[in-house]
Design a protein around this ligand. Structure first.
Ligand code: FMN
Length: 136
């Protein structure tokens, strides 16, 4: 498990999507402000990982942009990549395809969307259906 952690964390006020002058509101309105520096993008044991799950909340129909820098910084060659998201109501949409484009490598699968209150059981059932057996 590797947490994507922005150098400048998002506060609740930053995340007020109803205010176009909030941090996310400004980032949403200006592509140039969506380049979010992460504390680290280097995952221990990356070379030996064959399946990578990338989880994120949906922001305005796409993956929350702090994920972009992570996919741009890593080489997914030879790896299966499975995007998944939580959202209030939106589907996965094009979020996986857009991340795949940014990554430029890896075998990306379609992935899945979960409601924000998804249960551990539902996640477990999904993982089992996928047929991979992630180390826990
Ligand atoms: C900036 C922002 C934009 C969001 N845009 C959407 C959206 O377009 N569609 C949607 O269903 N949910 C949207 N949401 C809701 C988040 O997807 C939801 O809060 C998140 O997946 C749940 O994770 P949490 O429980 O950690 O907040 C948005 C939330 C934020 C903060």
């Amino acid at each position: 498990m590797f947490e994507l952690e922005p150098v400048e964390p998002y506060t609740d006020v930053d995340l007020d999507w109803t205010d176009e002058n909030s941090r996310v509101g400004r980032e949403h309105n200006d592509l140039e402000q969506r380049d979010i520096e992460l504390v680290s993008t280097m995952v221990d044991g990356w070379e030996s990982a064959s399946v990578v799950y990338i989880g994120y909340p949906i922001w305005w129909g796409i993956a929350a942009w702090p994920v972009n820098g992570f996919v741009e910084s890593n080489d997914f060659t030879g790896k299966t990549v499975i995007p998944f998201c939580t959202s209030a109501s939106s589907g996965l949409g094009e979020s996986g395809e857009l991340l795949e484009e940014l990554a430029g490598s890896g075998e990306w699968e379609e992935g899945a969307r979960f409601p924000s209150n998804v249960s551990n059981e539902d996640i477990q059932a999904w993982l089992e259906d996928l047929g991979y057996s992630p180390k826990r």
